[in-house]
Write a protein of this length. Structure first.
Length: 422
């Protein structure tokens, strides 16, 4: 039996799938990326170091903020610059807004129709009008949050090495704090929909990798966590990740100690559920309990939990920032950056998982080397391994239903092909 899906709709980018089942055994389960390599890493080599955050944010229109901030963190690591608390709070707010915006789009408008066997989103929105309004409100709130702090909703302009180019408007932040209560209520209402879904029964043991911290549900700072080690700083962990280039594949795959692994919402919740904010913690405890969850379809509900968590997080961070009354000295970036030979790593949690930016810079302030490891490039191999286990369960289904289930699993991972082909 040969299964061919030329185009997987409702993901970011262009990808297809080819599978072969011979005598009940899976001979092939291959995701085919149908975009060319964009060569962003090579594009920034030789440029001034200040250019990197602006250029790398163009890797993706769905998650530009996290590329921007991760790039800044890598440069600051190389330059030995420590940012102040006010800057960290604003950056965390930007990342929280990015995750809220991305998750609410993926959950409600890309993944949820799969569970109701609806191919047309317009029909889906017609049937779920109130829920669609709530999901849209969360996205609008997140966009406004990013625009207020970052300068615009896509591709931030106010973020700089060591701080910001301007201080965000206090009145706008106060209004966002008021709106955050409504965003949290909508997030909780929508999460209940995802809690009640009938998820396919699937289980394949895999490795979950994410940032972790004893202080918080890690997404801006932390060490890298895996099941067989104590959490490690990025510079000690990265040698355990091997990027693999294959002929005719524009995406570099990644393996941890020779095996595939998963990053993203399910990985974060499996590793860090004890640090979830209160309302999100209730949802996670009721759905997941205390055990590690190996059903990767549940990445969908894990994202729904994170929407609640980050709605809570935004309220908490805005209250903290406004109560501290930070001045320009605590927020604005230094006028001059003294360059020196260096090597730096930035790590953040993007909506789809752990993101690494690695740079080498020179005394003249130029970038001499760059490596970016995106979440989708890390989990594509794991997704293919899931599909190999999942396909035999589908062989007795009609072709349309079989393809629907395959797409459903692929979309549960929320792949971003633009990032993967950077």
């Amino acid at each position: 039996m040969k299964i061919v899906i030329d185009h997987i709709a409702k993901i970011e980018g262009h990808m297809g799938f080819v599978g072969h089942i011979l005598k009940g055994n899976v001979a092939k389960a291959k995701l085919e990326v149908k975009e060319g390599a964009r060569l962003i890493e090579g594009l920034i080599i030789g440029r001034n170091l200040e250019d990197a955050p602006l250029i790398t944010s163009r890797i993706c229109g769905v998650c530009p903020v996290v590329h921007n901030i991760c790039s800044l963190k890598a440069l600051e690591d190389a330059l030995k610059i420590e940012v102040l608390d006010g800057v960290k709070i604003l950056r965390k707010l930007l990342l929280a807004g990015q995750i809220l915006q991305s998750h609410s789009l993926h959950l409600f408008f890309l993944s949820l129709p799969d569970f109701f066997k609806l191919d047309h989103d317009i029909k889906f929105v017609d049937e779920f009008k109130e829920e669609s309004k709530k999901a849209t409100q969360i996205r609008k709130f997140a966009d406004k949050l990013v625009e207020t702090i970052g300068g615009r909703a896509i591709h931030p302009t106010s973020t700089k090495i060591g701080g910001f180019g301007r201080v965000p408007d206090q009145e706008k932040l106060k209004n966002l704090l008021k709106e955050s209560k409504k965003a949290l209520k909508n997030a909780k209402d929508l999460a209940q929909i995802f809690a009640d879904l009938n998820y396919p029964k699937f289980k394949r043991k895999t490795e979950f990798i994410s940032l972790s911290s004893k202080e918080e549900y890690a997404y801006y700072d932390g060490k890298i966590n895996a099941s067989d080690i104590n959490p490690l700083p990025a510079k000690k962990f990265l040698p355990k990740i091997k990027e693999i280039e294959s002929p005719f594949d524009v995406v570099k795959r990644a393996k941890y100690k020779g095996k595939s692994y998963m990053v993203g919402a399910l990985a974060r919740i499996n590793n860090n559920r004890d640090q979830l904010n209160p309302e999100a913690s209730k949802l996670a405890e009721k759905f997941f309990g205390k055990d590690i969850d190996y059903n990767t379809f549940h990445n969908v509900f894990a994202q729904a939990i994170e929407v609640v968590h980050f709605a809570e997080e935004v309220t908490k961070l805005l209250e903290e920032y406004l109560s501290e009354n930070f001045g320009e000295k605590e927020i604005l970036a230094p006028d001059k950056i003294r360059a020196k030979n260096g090597y730096g790593i930035g790590v953040c949690e993007a909506p789809r998982g752990t993101l690494f930016h690695i740079y080498w810079i020179t005394n003249s302030g130029k970038i001499s080397g760059c490596n970016i490891i995106t979440p989708t490039a890390q989990f594509l191999q794991n997704l293919e391994n899931d599909l190999k286990v999942f396909l035999p369960d589908l062989k007795k289904m009609k072709e349309k239903e079989r393809k629907r289930k395959i797409k459903m699993l692929i979309r549960a991972y929320d792949p971003c092909i633009s990032c993967a082909t950077h």
